[in-house]
Every structure is written in C-alpha cells, then in structure tokens.
Design a protein around this ligand. Structure first.
Ligand code: MV4
Length: 494
C-alpha cells in the first residue's frame, strides 16, 4: 500500500487529493510555487516544498524538480491532479524509471491517448462509434479533399497532438479547405510540435457528454455513468451535471458498457473519461481524458463512489472496490465553476484579495475550494475560486438548490461569475434541459437577464455587517496619528 503521496498540483484539486489521503491514513506532500506560499493547499499538506517561481513552466511543470522532491521527501507515489503534468507521458515514464508510482495510466496508454488520431483508430478497433472522418493523419490537400467529399461539408480540422478545442478549424466548403488545412498544420506545429492534423465531419450544435471510467491493474474496468458538460464558453466548461437529461437508462447501459470494454481493450489503469459528441440520439467518440477531471464531483454525488480514493487503490495494486452491478445512479447533481472573472466585462480574470468569504452549506451542498478570507488569488494560474456542487433527488430540486446555494455564497473583494450562474439557473432552456455546446452563445439575453437580476436582488453580503472596512480603518488611524502629533505626543505605532 502507498504510504506517502506527493501532489504535483495546486489549488482545489491538490486539497481534494489530500483529503482522500487523510481519510486513507496516507501522508501528503505539497509542492508549491513562490506565488502559492500562502495558498491553503500548501498549509493543508503534512509537508510542503517550494519548487520555484511562477509561471508554471518554472515550477509545476518542472519534471526533474518534482521528482527530486518526491525522492527527498520519501514519497512512494505522485498524484498529478488535472492539467500541468497530468497527461504527460514523459512525466509518467520518469516516475516509472525512478520507481515512484504515477497515479494514473501507464506512459504507454498516455502516449496512445495523447495522439488523437491513434486514439480514434484504437476506439474503432474496440467497436466504439467515432465521428466520421480520417483514420490517418492528413498531410496533402488531395487527401483532405477526398475525405471531405466523402463525409460531406462542413468538416472540422483538428491537430492530432491537441485536444480541448485548441487550434481547431471549421471548414464550411471546399473553397476554404486549402487555407484551413495550411493554418491548422501551422498551429499544430507551433503549439504541439507535431504538424499532424485530422479531419472529422463537423456536428453543428452537439451535446458534450462524457463517461466516467475506472480501470484497475487486474483487468477490471467499469463506468460510473455520464456527465453532460455542454455549458461551456471558449472551451472552458462552466456547468456540468450528472445524469444528462438526454441519456436514457438503456443508452447509458449500452454506451457505458462499450466504453468500459474499450478501457479494458487498451489496458487502462486509473480514472479516465471518454468524451462523446451526442447529436440526433447518437454518440460519437471524440477523445479520452486520461486523468481525474475538474467535474468528477457530480459523478461522486450521484454514485457515492470516491473517485480519487479509487485512483489511489488502483495505483496500490488493489482491485476496484465496486462491481458494475453495484453502481447505482441516485438523483441529480450539478456543478458550477465559480471563477474570479467579471461577467460584465467579457469575463476578464479578476485576481486579487478576497476580503470576505463565506461558502454555502446545508443539505445537498459540496464546495471544493482552495481559498479563504484574506487570501489573494495570484494572477499566474487559472482563475477558478471553487467548485459549487449540489445534489437533489431530481434535476429540478438540484436547480432550486443551486440557486439557493449561489444566493448564500459570499465573496467580497473580487468580482466573480456567481451572478452569471444565477442567470443560467433561471434560463428557461436550461431548466428544460435543452442544451448544446453553443448554449451560451445562442442564449443572447443571458448577460441582460443577469444585469436585471443583479439590480432586483440585493446580495446577502450587503445585509451583513461589513467585516473589514479597510479604507475607513486606515483613515481613522491617520486621523488619530495627526491629532496625536498636533498635541505634541509621541507618534503611536503604525
Ligand atoms: C467537434 C465539434 C463538432 N464536430 N468535433 C471542442 C472541444 C474538443 N474536445 C472538441 N470540440 C469540438 N469538436 C466535431 N466533429 C465541436 C466542438 C466544439 C467546438 C469546436 C470549435 C469551436 C468551438 C467549439 C465549441 C464547442 C464544441
């Protein structure tokens, strides 16, 4: 069994992993950047080591440094969280070579899933339905034209080394194909160091649905149902839920079984997600995310399975703690990503000092965060403040509970996207479950609705005494100092 885990990540996910460690009696080691000295995760850990300055390339992405700290601290495993080094086959291989257990799939599987064209081919072999498109990389215009003619326009060109939407180009007709091929190849080379691109049929407004998978070292693999992540903005997911209103129990059983079979087929060890576009009642495989995902809590809320604990069990060589027949989906869960960004100003990041912080509570609420009152959110990393997750017996109860929790949430000092989430929770199409990846762009009244709501509803924090009136306090101190000097007294401290 693993005794000590180094968490090669920061913020809420570092704390999420350390919470699992604490419950399992495993020691935790944090690594933090100079910008994260005051972050909660660095204090929560049993031990913490500074690994360099921001930005991430000089600290959280420094493979040698992270491994050096793992050895120095005597950690026998590394949990990479999400982002940073999580799906980096070189990092997984370095861990394997140093005899440190990488909590995730093998470097071989990471390499295979990181190459999107290879992953598509593998899924075809496993019998998973994929988006119509190429099975090989597309190099020349002639190839691209033949494929596009075959599958029909519009098509989408994607970098094979990419994922998550970066560098994709939609091609409406043959006239635009040559230019799009060239530019996507250029982006692929500069961003991913690989000029390989592939072509798929473009689906206009699909739902984004993903299956949660767990595979162990004994060859077992199960699924924990799906999450719907259609509500996103510029490839950043904002709201996720489980189950999806679009998936029937029969479809869930069939797709889930196929996804788990594909996981066994590639020898998948650990937690992972199979992403699909869902359109006209059909699933089309997109890519595998070979990590624990930001939105994993909604699955935990409806299944009761602790995904991070399962990751640690799997890495320790233990079998999955549950069988497929024992997995039950109960009720409905929704997650809102609470970001330090200004929805009234094109969602620009708003890092800075949190002067007052109070998170919601009560029945069916979970808050995963890494902040506290008086903490300053640094500008170097992604601006997520927390994840607010609610559970309800059904989707309507979950929506009502989310509105109640958003009302309770107090964040003073920096702007957040809480008002925007409130507007979505009141949106008729959201309530109806009429979702698609273009939901936010097509709901053109969301921002206006939000403004109207902000004028009508007085936030809870304005009804409470102001906890930290800094400007007034400083003014009062200055006045006292001035008076004291005038009277010829010794100036007081400060
Ligand atoms: C697509 C698609 C439509 N058709 N693939 C975006 C995230 C990444 N995981 C896959 N993405 C998409 N892939 C096919 N065949 C639509 C998206 C997509 C998208 C694409 C370009 C610009 C904005 C987008 C927003 C949501 C989804």
């Amino acid at each position: 069994m693993i005794k000590k885990i180094l968490i090669a990540n920061r913020g809420e996910i570092a704390i999420r992993v350390m919470r699992a460690c604490r419950e399992m009696g495993i020691a935790s080691v944090a690594v933090y950047s100079e910008a994260d000295k005051e972050a909660l995760f660095a204090k929560y850990a049993d031990e913490a080591y500074c690994i360099g300055p921001p930005p991430a390339t000089a600290s959280y992405l420094n493979i040698q440094k992270v491994i050096e700290v793992a050895k120095e601290s005597g950690a026998d495993a590394i949990h990479p969280g999400y982002g940073f080094l999580a799906e980096n086959p070189k990092f997984a291989r370095a861990c394997e070579e140093e005899g440190i257990k990488f909590i995730g799939p093998s470097s071989r599987v990471l390499e295979l899933m990181g190459d999107k064209v290879a992953a598509r081919r593998e899924m075809i072999k496993a019998g998973v339905p994929v988006v119509p498109g190429t099975e090989e990389c597309v190099v020349e215009f002639r190839q691209a034209r033949n494929v596009a003619d075959e599958i029909g326009y519009p098509v989408i060109i994607k970098p094979s080394g990419g994922g998550g939407g970066i560098g994709m180009t939609i091609v409406p007709n043959e006239g635009e194909l040559a230019k799009a091929l060239e530019s996507t190849q250029a982006i692929a080379t500069t961003t991913f160091g690989l000029c390989d691109v592939y072509i798929e049929k473009y689906l206009p407004n699909p739902r984004h649905i993903e299956f949660q998978l767990l595979g162990d070292s004994k060859g077992n693999a199960i699924h924990l149902g799906e999450r719907e992540c259609s509500i996103q903005r510029r490839h950043q997911k904002l709201i996720e839920e489980s189950p999806s209103v679009a998936v029937t129990p029969a479809m869930r059983a069939k797709m889930g079984k196929l996804a788990a079979k594909a996981a066994r087929f590639v020898g998948y060890e650990g937690a992972g997600t199979m992403e699909f576009l869902f359109s006209d009642g059909r699933f089309h495989f997109l890519e595998v995310n070979a990590r624990v995902q930001v939105e994993h809590p909604v699955t935990e809320m409806v299944t009761g399975v602790d995904i991070v604990k399962e990751q640690i069990r799997i890495a320790s060589g233990l079998p999955l703690s549950i069988k497929q027949e024992e997995v039950r989906m109960n009720g409905s869960a929704i997650e809102c990503r609470i970001n330090a960004e200004d929805p009234l100003n094109d969602f620009v990041p708003t890092p800075g000092k949190i002067k007052s912080y109070h998170s919601p509570g009560g029945t069916g609420i979970r808050v995963d965060s890494g902040v506290y009152t008086s903490y300053t959110i640094p500008p170097f990393y992604d601006p997520m403040i927390s994840k607010l997750i609610v559970w309800g017996r059904d989707r309507n109860e979950a929506i009502a509970r989310m509105r109640r929790a958003l009302f309770e949430y107090i964040i003073v000092g920096i702007k957040s996207n809480i008002p925007f989430h409130q507007a979505v929770m009141k949106n008729p199409r959201f309530i109806q479950g009429e979702l698609g990846t273009h939901f936010i762009d097509s709901e053109t009244t969301l921002i206006e609705d939000m403004k109207r709501m902000m004028e009508r509803e007085k936030p809870l924090e304005e009804k409470l005494p102001h906890p930290f009136e800094e400007k007034k306090r400083i003014a009062a101190m200055a006045a006292v100092a001035a008076l004291t000097q005038m009277r010829g007294h010794v100036q007081p401290k400060q």
